[in-house]
Write a protein that binds this ligand. Structure first.
Ligand code: ZN
Length: 588
């Protein structure tokens, strides 16, 4: 049995020191829930009752968040601990119960909108202005109580396509590597594509997409049904389109969406073609097929770091964010915010979590690789964003939206990259860092907007009630891929079935957010490295106190303006040029 030194485990006792404390809070939360429930029909009786409801609801939110997050985090590190599982089940049940019991509240608030507006004009209610603004702006898209009930039942039907996609397990024939059969699935597929042997790559590609071709009518049906569901809900709720319905939550506009897409798919697209030409040249390929594009250009340089070394690097790399930021990194390590090492009972992956009243927590599966280091930088970005947001705002105004959630984590990764590039003398290591960076930039800046274009076309067909067959979908996807890769890459026909394995096509116009988040982060990083850090730090303190596009604008990074994308795509071009110079000098 491995023993991990306590200093490398997180301190969950800082949240609840004992089971008694946990149970006590369960009790208090229940009591508060019934107090709130008793206010039904009377929330808006007076300004006092309204304030009291808002404050108590906020407090209950904190209690429940503490209970659920603590219980979930405990089970994430000790999966088989029954007491922890019981805590989690109890906390989740209470959370669901609260949401059902307090379902009346938003309707009641909406029915008393005019009264509430008079309350909000008064200074004592100023904190409630934004949450109420968020609630009231949904009004034009709300239906009668009866229709809402109907729609929620229809929702169960329309979500079937997505659920079917998720539960559908495609099986693949094994790939032959050195005479041995090897297992092929979604995860190993990407490993096969890195194999130095062309036959292996080609075989994996063909065996993979052959299965999607086999079920093409099933997937086409699922995709179209999903899109029909989105279009149906959008129509019922008086949106112009499914796209508009999806953008509504972030107060983004179709113009912004198309702007993001055009930057990648048109204006700065030539850089991507340049990249594939470069890759073909450097890898000495006479033909570059789609199954060759995952081939790694960098030499195998395995850097390893201890946890202490990682932190020493991060203190330096993130120093441009200021002394306080760095001192918080130290605090994160000293106060045991982080659970570092993998263990048998622990879940995989990494995340940053925590609650309003706790300090941030990070779960990671540290192996000492370069990836572990950049994961740490990434998650610490989330943690610091939460830390500052929670410190600067009361709970109801602290939580930031997903729309801006990846900004702080990406900024940290970029700063780490820059630092390592500036402080590494080994040119091969530099190449490997730059190659990783290019992959990441292509994934977010180019690949996602291509996906978004496909998604938009599908929805347009459905919206216009045009027939959508599998061949229509796959031919369009093939054409998109040919435009995407340019003339340096041969897009083999099977690639067209690629539109059937992308889970994001079953979400709802989500992918442009990756592009936007990366562009915004690069724009911030650009300013930070020039010494202009304060607007970024101010942004980290905003939490969920304003519409997110507004938060960004005020920090000088307006996602509606081209400058943000210009910075991002120029950065990609610069990275590519830097890589080319170093690579060609190493491989003379
Ligand atoms: Zn993240």
């Amino acid at each position: 049995m491995e023993t991990i030194p306590t200093q490398y485990t997180w301190d969950l006792e800082a949240m609840f020191a004992s089971q008694e404390e946990f149970d006590e809070q369960m009790k208090e939360a229940k009591k508060l829930l019934w107090e709130l429930k008793a206010m039904e029909g009377h929330i808006c009786d007076s300004i006092q009752s309204f304030c009291s409801y808002m404050d108590k609801d906020e407090l209950l939110g904190c209690f429940l968040e503490d209970l659920v997050v603590y219980a979930k985090m405990s089970t994430d590190v000790t999966a088989s601990d029954e007491a922890k599982q019981k805590n989690l089940a109890a906390a989740m049940t209470l959370m669901q119960q609260a949401s059902i019991e307090l379902n009346f509240a938003s309707l009641e608030l909406i029915h008393h909108k005019d009264t509430i507006q008079t309350y909000l004009a008064q200074d004592v209610c100023k904190d409630y202005r934004f949450p109420m603004y968020e609630l009231f702006r949904t009004l034009p898209h709300r239906l009668s109580d009866e229709q809402e009930q109907l729609l929620s039942e229809v929702q169960e039907l329309t979500s079937a396509a997505q659920e079917t996609f998720q539960s559908f397990r495609v099986e693949f024939e094994p790939v032959i590597v050195d005479g041995k059969e090897e297992f092929l699935n979604g995860a190993t597929y990407h490993e096969f594509l890195k194999n130095k042997n062309e036959t292996v790559r080609k075989e994996a590609f063909e065996k993979y997409f052959k299965e999607y071709k086999r079920y093409e009518n099933v997937f086409a049906n699922l995709l179209v049904t999903h899109a029909k569901g989105q279009v149906f809900h959008a129509r019922q709720r008086h949106y112009q389109s499914a796209l508009e319905a999806s953008l509504f939550q972030d107060e983004a506009t179709a113009e912004l969406f198309h702007n993001v897409l055009d930057m990648a798919n048109k204006k700065y697209h030539s850089y991507l073609h340049e990249y594939y030409h470069m890759k073909k040249e450097l890898l000495h390929l006479t033909e570059q097929h789609v199954y060759d594009i995952a081939l790694e250009m960098s030499d195998d340089v395995q850097q390893t770091y201890t946890i202490e070394e990682c932190f020493d690097i991060l203190y330096q790399a993130l120093q441009p964010l200021g002394d306080e930021y760095v001192s918080l990194l130290r605090k994160a390590k000293e106060e045991r915010w982080i659970d570092f090492y993998p263990s048998k009972e622990k879940r995989t992956g990494a995340y940053s979590w925590g609650t309003y009243r706790s300090h941030p927590y990070i779960l990671t599966n540290f192996t000492g690789s370069y990836e572990s280091l950049s994961t740490l930088a990434h998650e610490l970005g989330h943690s610091m964003h939460s830390y500052f947001s929670n410190r600067a705002n009361r709970p109801m105004l602290a939580g930031y939206k997903i729309f801006v959630a990846e900004v702080a984590s990406t900024v940290n990764e970029i700063l780490l990259n820059r630092y390592l590039l500036d402080h590494t003398t080994d040119e091969k290591v530099k190449c490997s860092i730059l190659a990783d960076l290019m992959d990441q930039l292509i994934g977010t800046l180019y690949r996602q907007p291509m996906f978004a274009k496909f998604e938009e076309q599908l929805h347009t067909w459905v919206q216009n009630r045009e027939p959508v067959s599998s061949s229509r979908l796959t031919d369009y996807y093939w054409k998109l891929n040919q435009e995407y890769f340019g003339d340096a890459v041969i897009v083999d026909e099977l690639q067209k079935y690629g539109c059937y394995y992308i889970p994001h096509f079953y979400y709802n116009f989500y992918v442009y957010k990756y592009t936007l988040g990366m562009s915004v982060a690069l724009s911030f990083a650009n300013e930070i490295l020039k010494g202009n850090t304060q607007p970024y730090l101010d942004f980290l303190h905003k939490g969920g106190s304003e519409p997110c596009i507004e938060e960004l604008k005020q920090a000088g990074v307006d996602p509606c303006k081209e400058k943000v994308y210009e910075d991002a795509f120029t950065f990609f071009k610069k990275t590519m040029d830097e890589f080319y110079d170093i690579y060609t000098s190493v491989h003379k």
